[in-house]
Design a binder for this molecule. Structure first.
Ligand code: CTP
Length: 421
């Protein structure tokens, strides 16, 4: 492997394409990777060329494609591409390809490269439901996952024929997120992703709550859910089971996450209270409204046509502080570990960091991830945080993509998870 870039910009990504109809969607994935500055080599299986031809991959990746181990033999291409890759992504990973990867075949350029590489391997399966559910495939997936390969769960929905079920290729955006998460994850001794969250279950809240004022209006905030999503993807590649409580998030569900959608702060509070006792960690990345309407109007609030200066009085009341309430209901138990977030701007002579330190001590969560939002981070791809413990002391810092921040938060969390009995 090269000098291990942790983001897609400048990373050498080998994209394997299996022989399935979903190969056409991989064109969007390649575009996305190239758009982020990755140097992409597409390695299609011979069968996949029946679906999408080499010209498409060469045009999108700006590189010649290699399919057989007998091409470019003078350059020892069948080992070179695998050795040079920082990340290998296979989409679609057919049932046949999963079987060949599991037993270590090297009968085409893709499987040979996958056998050589020491980089993280992300497989995005697509096949008919019967094939995905077949004991052979179940076993192949289990073995590959045990070895540290990221095998995404296929999406559920309409398949090529009239049937529907699990087996659709995850959307390119979700594969791209998983690729980012794998690339920046901590590594095991062989260079694969260190699965330090295996056997753990996390509840991650994401997005921003909406408080209805009347049937058409609500109070909301700018949270996009991207940081919570990055945490979910990062936790999944590190082996965790992930429950995502999504408050008004318009993003593709991370493959393998169990998603519940909520609207208001009260709905989120109810969900967290119901699931808190079932998880190893709660990560409160959602931006939860602190105030909600004291009484939601059943009818649309009308303006007074006769008085152009009149405005309705909005009566608000406080919502439950879910983070603090979770810490209280956990009591003396060490489970679950609890992580809060604090977005601060500072003001009136108090620095943002001091407000965050005070908040860390007040809320009592095991970790508080502080970011200074004076410059505005909502919806942006990058973030800069300091991770504080419950005494307000700095544990670590992270800057860069939300994926990098997510891994830094998980690093701090792993150290605080109660021992598995
Ligand atoms: N939070 C929560 N329930 C609320 C409000 C916030 O659980 N009703 C959580 C957020 O998910 C976040 C943390 O508390 O993890 C900090 O949220 P923030 O809004 O920054 O802090 P507040 O306590 O609301 O303080 P303030 O808005 O006054 O800064």
């Amino acid at each position: 492997m090269s000098n291990q870039p942790r983001t897609l910009a400048g990373a050498r990504v080998l994209v394997g394409v299996g022989g399935g109809i979903a190969a056409y969607k991989t064109a969007h994935l390649v575009r996305g990777l190239v758009g982020e500055g990755a140097e992409v080599r597409v390695v299609p299986t011979p069968a996949s060329l029946e679906f999408v031809g080499a010209a498409t991959w060469e045009a999108l990746s700006h590189h010649r494609v290699l399919t057989s181990v007998f091409e470019d033999v003078d350059e020892v291409a069948h080992v070179r591409h695998g050795q040079e890759a920082d990340l290998v992504v296979v989409a679609p990973a057919t049932a046949d390809l999963l079987a060949r990867l599991r037993i270590g075949r090297a009968d085409d350029m893709l499987t040979a490269s996958a056998l050589v590489t020491r980089a993280p391997l992300v497989l995005a399966p697509a096949m008919h439901t019967e094939m995905w559910e077949h004991p052979s495939t179940r076993e192949n997936v289990a073995v590959l996952r045990e070895r540290g390969t990221t095998v995404l769960d296929p999406a559920v929905g309409r398949l090529t024929g009239p049937d529907s079920g699990p087996g659709r290729l995850p959307e390119p955006e979700a594969i791209l997120d998983a690729a980012r998460a794998a690339l920046s994850a901590p590594r095991d001794a062989r260079g694969g992703v260190h699965r330090d969250l295996l056997g753990r279950e996390l509840l991650i809240t994401a997005g921003g709550t909406r408080e209805d004022l009347d049937p058409v209006r609500f109070l909301a905030n700018h949270s996009s859910g991207r940081q919570g999503w990055a945490l979910a993807h990062a936790a999944l590649v590190r082996g965790a089971r992930v429950r995502l409580a999504a408050a008004n998030v318009q993003l593709e569900t991370p493959p393998g996450a169990r998603r519940s959608d909520v609207g208001s702060a009260a709905e989120l509070a109810e969900l967290v209270a119901a699931e808190l006792g079932e998880v190893d960690a709660l990560v409160m990345a959602a931006a939860v409204a602190d105030f909600t309407a004291a009484g939601r109007s059943d009818a649309k609030i009308k303006k007074d046509e006769d008085d152009p200066d009149s405005v309705p009085a909005l009566a608000l009341r406080r919502t439950r502080d879910i983070l603090r309430h979770s810490v209280e209901s956990r009591g003396q138990s060490a489970r679950p570990a609890i992580v809060g977030f604090a977005a601060e701007t500072g003001g009136e002579g108090t620095a943002a960091l001091d407000l965050a330190r005070a908040k860390a001590r007040r809320k009592g969560a095991d970790l508080l991830v502080f970011n200074d939002v004076s410059g505005g981070v909502f919806g942006a791809a990058d973030n800069e945080v300091r991770i504080l413990d419950r005494a307000g002391e700095e544990v670590s810092r992270a800057a860069g993509s939300k994926t990098l921040v997510a891994h830094a938060v998980l690093d701090a969390l792993v150290a605080r998870l109660p021992q598995v009995p």
